[in-house]
Design a protein around this ligand. Structure first.
Ligand SMILES: C[S@@+](CC[C@H](N)C(=O)[O-])C[C@H]1O[C@@H](n2cnc3c(N)ncnc32)[C@H](O)[C@@H]1O
Length: 334
C-alpha cells in the first residue's frame, strides 16, 4: 500500500517506526488538552497504516482537543472522520469551526488584547451565541492552569518564563490552526453527544474504526474530576461495547490493574507504551485492542511533561504505582 510522504500542509510524514519526539508531531488543535494524545500520533499512524485498506470512517467518541481526528483528516488516513464530545464548552469550539465559523473565531483571537482583567471580563459574560461560547472556551483553555476547563481550575500564575497568563496565548498560531482546519472540512464532522450513543449507532458497521480515549485517571473518580467536567463513565460497559463492535478499535488508558483486568475480562490485548517525559521519568500507558501485533516495532516516544498535577489522598496515590514501574516490552492479556 502506497502512502503520501507529505500531508496537506506540507509536513513530512514519518514512513517507518522510529523514536519520535513529540515536537515533530504537527500541532493542529487550538486546544491544549489535559490528557491530550499528541504523543500517541506516531503509534496511531502505525495502526492505521497496518490495516489492509483505508477505513471509510474513523470515529473519535471522546474527542477532547481532537488531535487524533485532525491528524487522521489532514494525513488522509481515513476517508472520513467523526469527532464526538459531550462537554458543551469544548463542543462549542468544534461546532463553530466545523460549521464554517472558524474565520470569525480566529479573528476574535487575533484582535483580543489579552490580560488577566480582559480574560476575566470576557469569560464572565453571558455568551450570546454558540460562537461566542467557543471564543470564551478558547480563552479559558489558554489561560487556565493546565488548560483545565473543569470547575475549580485557576488562572496560570507564573506560566512559561514567568509570562503568566500570556504564556500560552499565541494568537497568530491559534488563528492559523483554526483556519487550516478549513482544508479538511469536507471529510471532518463533529457531533456533540454521548460516546456510548455513537458507539451503539455504528456497532454493526464493519468499515468504521474507533480511537477511544475515555476520561480515566488511575486513582479514581476524584482525580478525573479535576480534569474534565464529564469524567464519570462506566468503564466495564465501555469495554463490553467495544468488544462487541464489528469494526476495529483501539483504546488508550492509564496503566492500572483495573484496566488490565477489564482487558482480560473481555479477551482483549493490552500493551504498555513506554514514554519518557521531559523530566526523564519513565511512564507507561496501555493500548488496548483485539490484535496489537502492529505494535511490535513500537519504540519509545518522548512527551512534554504534563502541566498539571493531580493531588490525591495518600492511599489512592499509592495505588497508581503502576505508572512508575519500568516499562516492559510487551504484555499480553486474555
Ligand atoms: C481523555 S479526554 C480525551 C482527550 C483527547 N484524546 C485529546 O487528545 O485531546 C476524555 C474526553 O471525554 C469527554 N467525555 C467524557 N464523558 C463523555 C461521554 N460520555 N461522551 C463523550 N465524551 C465524553 C471529556 O469531556 C473529555 O474531553
Amino acid at each position: 500500500m502506497m502512502h503520501a510522504t507529505k500531508d496537506l500542509l506540507g509536513f513530512d510524514l514519518p514512513t517507518q517506526a522510529r523514536p519520535v519526539n513529540v515536537a515533530s508531531v504537527p500541532q493542529r488543535s487550538p486546544f491544549r488538552y489535559p490528557g491530550g494524545k499528541t504523543w500517541f500520533i506516531p503509534r496511531l499512524r502505525e495502526w492505521l497504516r497496518s490495516r489492509p485498506c483505508k477505513p471509510k470512517l474513523l470515529i473519535e467518541p471522546f474527542a477532547g482537543g481532537g488531535i487524533v481526528s485532525l491528524t487522521v483528516a489532514f494525513e488522509n488516513l481515513a476517508e472520513n472522520v467523526l469527532m464526538v464530545e459531550l462537554d458543551d464548552e469544548v463542543a462549542a469550539v468544534w461546532d463553530t469551526i466545523t460549521s464554517g465559523e472558524g474565520e470569525w473565531l480566529s479573528n476574535q483571537i487575533l484582535h483580543f488584547e489579552m490580560s488577566k482583567e480582559s480574560a476575566i471580563r470576557e469569560t464572565q459574560r453571558i455568551p450570546q451565541s454558540r460562537k461566542e461560547k467557543a471564543f470564551q472556551t478558547i480563552i479559558k483553555n489558554r489561560t487556565l492552569h493546565g488548560g483545565i476547563l473543569a470547575a475549580g481550575s485557576g488562572f496560570l500564575k507564573n506560566g512559561e518564563a514567568g509570562k503568566g497568563i500570556l504564556s500560552r496565548w499565541y494568537p497568530s498560531t491559534l488563528a492559523k490552526r483554526i483556519n487550516d482546519i478549513k482544508l479538511v472540512l469536507s471529510r471532518l464532522r463533529f457531533e456533540q453527544g454521548d460516546a456510548f450513543d455513537i458507539i451503539n449507532k455504528h456497532k454493526e458497521d464493519l468499515d468504521v474504526v474507533y480511537f477511544i480515549d475515555p476520561p480515566y485517571t488511575a486513582g479514581g473518580k476524584n482525580a478525573g474530576s479535576r480534569l474534565y467536567t464529564h469524567f464519570s463513565i462506566d468503564h466495564d460497559m465501555l469495554f463490553k461495547k467495544c468488544s462487541e463492535l464489528a469494526g476495529d478499535f483501539i483504546m488508550t488508558y492509564d496503566n492500572s490493574d483495573e484496566v488490565k483486568n477489564l482487558a482480560r475480562k473481555y479477551a482483549l490485548q493490552a500493551k504498555p507504551i513506554p514514554m519518557k517525559n521531559t523530566h526523564h521519568a519513565e511512564m507507561t500507558e496501555l493500548v488496548i485492542g483485539r490484535e496489537l501485533s502492529w505494535m511490535d516495532a513500537t519504540t519509545r516516544v518522548c512527551e512534554s511533561a504534563p502541566e498539571y498535577k493531580i493531588k490525591m489522598p495518600k492511599k489512592a496515590a499509592d495505588s497508581t504505582d503502576s505508572r512508575r514501574t519500568p516499562p516492559t516490552s510487551s504484555l499480553r492479556l486474555g
